[in-house]
Design a protein around this ligand. Structure first.
Ligand code: ACM
Length: 715
């Protein structure tokens, strides 16, 4: 953790400690730093602690399952590295004097399955920890809780005395990784699986085929991966290895083979499957492409049958994802043979034609003993029972499906590539409060999946795009609905971030490497200050302002920036504190002034860095804006402190500056501190009005200012 991060962490801690309002704290009667994420269903801290002083022993009693022993060995190795103690695991029939006793019931499926019992209980006394579960997967979830309980103080490492009873709110808690746009090597996938297990996620949805790449070896149709992948694909042995690695961590692997659209890479080797003749080449750009399977060609269904048969044998999970999203029908409309097929069969439009295709593919999936899952475009009444719909276009289709008795998972609101804050994702619940579902219908909502699409994400940056925000989403999927304290989740994200780093995730460490590369090995401190207050443009606006394709290196400032600036978050919290302290405007004043001064004065050092770093050519305007905005913020704080109002011209020109700095630019980053400075400027300009109000009016007015939409300059 770097110094800045530590400071922001401490600030957040202080803020969390003083935050009022509704909290749903997991602790009862204990003032400790509870790091648990996701928050368990029930946790009661007690007096006392279990000191970790000697060699640590883990005893696995009852079922002697190899997966469970391996999981205990892994957590033992982590404990050992973390505490410096030696650790060993034994399978034995009695608990003896072991430090951690793991009692597991009799259900031992080789691969995890949907809706299996993941509950566990954990009891830590001053002498021993006892973990009980019905299944290996439940025990694995409990082992993660056990690990997160480890604390240290001047007396050494210890576990607090505690009783935990826990089970997930939703059975399907996933992460989708798109290896199609940018290939993610096996080691990258494995470390995501480690991170997922740490926060109790249980599904890796593996998006394996895209317009831009066919990423899995097919022995039946080798031209798929040989011609459609640039040589970047997973062999079947590697896939088996990933599946086993995931199963060892209680994680299912659901493969996706996207059709009828998003399918260009299939056609590079097998153009006769496509609607128009081709030839086809691997797509390098991003967007919705026209190529699609020909739904009127019987040879297409024979091919899909053989291919999915091969894949059904490779992937043990009962679910198989057939995509179905964003098929635009452009090529279908251009093919006269398809047009006459539609007339002959009474198929009125392309949506109905896709329904025909999906129903044919669903029959193939069923024939191979699998249940079909697809994006919400697939929803139609002709599909077999047992399908799952993955809603990415909104929560309404999920509720609609649930009402029709169709199971579903939510991804709308959990797109990690949108570069939104953890708080924004955390606020989305798979079961919307206003969905008006009966309990039976609500049970059709199985959970959710975060989505890591990779148009703008490389193997170098993927960890930072997933973590730690995914841990907040994981909590939403696991913990009771009532757990909604945003400040507290940020406090725990900071802690779990360290745990994830210990597991090998590079979401923090890779930034230093990227900055050193950008500056050609020179001092990165000024650039670090800049990168800490910028965020990549949200949703997909990056593409409009700095277009890239599959061959573009993702190594610029925008790629080094975190999706969410915690420095900006701390800053906004300080601004809120200052404005709430009306009419004195003293609280947080010193810290705010220190931050604003750093930004105002950073310019000369940044100018030097940028001038000699060719890849930072687009960062100059952002650096200048940062400096000007820092100065404007300082002026605003000075006006507030003196309670002397600024001129109208000052307000107009400073708001214009902020407006200009908010405009998209070719660096494709946003200065995340703009909203906070804007609040300061508006509040300063309102001083005469505020001065004449009663104290309660001050507060109301300031609250209003804080939520006001950006005004146009001069207004
Ligand atoms: C999707 O985002 N096209 C599923």
């Amino acid at each position: 953790m770097n110094l800045k991060k530590s400071i922001s962490f401490l600030l957040l801690l202080a803020l969390a400690a003083t935050a009022g309002g509704q909290t749903a704290r997991p602790t009862q009667g204990a003032a400790r730093t509870n790091a648990l994420i996701p928050v368990p269903e029930s946790v009661t801290f007690k007096q006392g602690r279990f000191p970790l002083k000697n060699r640590f022993t883990i005893a696995v009693t009852a079922v002697q399952d190899a997966r469970l022993i391996a999981a205990c060995d892994r957590v033992g190795a982590r404990l050992s590295r973390h505490t410096g103690l030696e650790c060993s695991t034994r399978a034995q029939s009695d608990s003896g004097s072991a430090d951690l006793v793991v009692r597991c019931g009799s259900q031992v499926p080789q691969f995890p399955v949907l809706k299996q019992d993941e509950s566990y209980s954990l009891e830590v006394s001053d002498r021993q920890a006892v973990l009980s579960a019905h299944t290996t997967d439940g025990a694995m979830r409990g082992l993660e809780t056990f690990y997160q309980l480890i604390e240290a103080d001047h007396d050494g490492y210890f576990l607090p005395a505690v009783t935990v009873h826990d089970k997930p709110r939703f059975p399907w808690r996933g992460l989708m990784i798109d290896s199609g746009r940018h290939f993610m090597p096996v080691s990258v996938i494995k470390r995501q699986l480690d991170g997922m297990a740490a926060v109790k996620l249980n599904v890796l949805h593996f998006h394996l085929t895209e317009d831009q790449g066919f990423r899995i070896e097919s022995r039946k149709f080798p031209k798929l991966h040989e011609m459609g992948s640039d040589g970047l694909y997973y062999t079947q042995d590697e896939i088996r290895d990933i599946i086993a690695y995931a199963a060892d961590r209680g994680i299912r692997v659901v493969p996706e083979f996207d059709m009828p659209g998003h399918s260009t890479s299939w056609f590079v080797g097998y153009p006769s499957l496509a609607t128009l003749p081709g030839p086809y080449k691997i797509e390098r750009t991003w967007g919705i492409m026209d190529p699609a399977f020909d739904p009127t060609n019987e040879a297409v269904y024979k091919f899909i049958d053989e291919f999915l048969g091969e894949m059904a044998a490779l992937f043990p999970d009962p679910y198989l994802h057939i995509g179905g999203d964003e098929s635009n029908g452009e090529h279908w409309s251009k093919n006269p043979k398809i047009q006459s097929f539609m007339k002959e069969k009474g198929i009125k439009d392309n949506v109905s034609l896709q329904r025909y295709f999906t129903e044919r593919v669903a029959a193939i999936v069923t024939k191979h003993g699998k249940k079909m899952i697809g994006w919400d475009e697939i929803l139609s009444s002709g599909l077999p029972k047992g399908i799952v719909v993955q809603s990415w276009r909104g929560q309404e289709s999920l509720a609609e499906a649930a009402k029709q008795g169709v199971a579903g998972i939510l991804s709308s609101g959990y797109y990690l590539d949108h570069m939104l804050s953890a708080a924004q994702h955390y606020a989305v619940d798979p079961l919307a409060a206003d969905a008006a579902l009966t309990p039976d219908q609500a049970a059709n909502i199985l959970g959710g999946e975060a989505c890591m699409w990779t148009e703008y994400v490389s193997e170098e940056t993927v960890d930072s795009r997933i973590w730690p925000r995914l841990a907040a989403i994981a909590e939403r999927f696991w913990s009771p609905r009532s757990i909604t304290d945003v400040d507290d989740v940020y406090r725990r994200l900071d802690l779990v971030s360290l745990e994830l780093e210990e597991l090998g995730l590079t979401h923090e460490t890779r930034m230093g490497r990227m900055l050193r590369r950008l500056t050609n090995g020179k001092d990165i401190s000024a650039l670090q200050t800049l990168v800490d207050v910028v965020e990549p443009m949200k949703i997909y606006h990056r593409g409009e302002n700095h277009p890239t394709n599959q061959l573009s290196p993702l190594t610029r400032l925008v790629d080094a920036a975190r999706p969410e600036s915690l420095t900006a978050r701390s800053f906004v919290a300080l601004v809120d504190g200052l404005l709430s302290d009306a009419p004195r405007f003293k609280t947080n004043n010193d810290q705010l002034v220190a931050m604003l001064k750093e930004w105002r004065d950073i310019r000369p050092a940044l100018d030097v860095t940028i001038a000699t770093s060719p890849l930072l050519d687009d960062a100059g305007p952002v650096a200048r804006d940062l400096s000007d905005i820092g100065a404007a913020g300082l002026e605003a704080v000075a006006f507030l402190s003196s309670a002397a109002p600024p001129s109208k011209e000052w307000r107009t020109s400073r708001l214009a500056l902020l407006e200009k700095a908010s405009k998209p630019n070719s660096s494709a980053v946003e200065l995340a501190i703009i909203p906070g400075v804007r609040q300061l400027v508006i509040a300063a300009a309102e001083i005469p009005e505020l001065k004449n109000s009663a104290h309660s009016e001050w507060k109301k007015r300031v609250k209003l200012l804080a939520t006001e939409k950006p005004a146009s300059p001069g207004k």
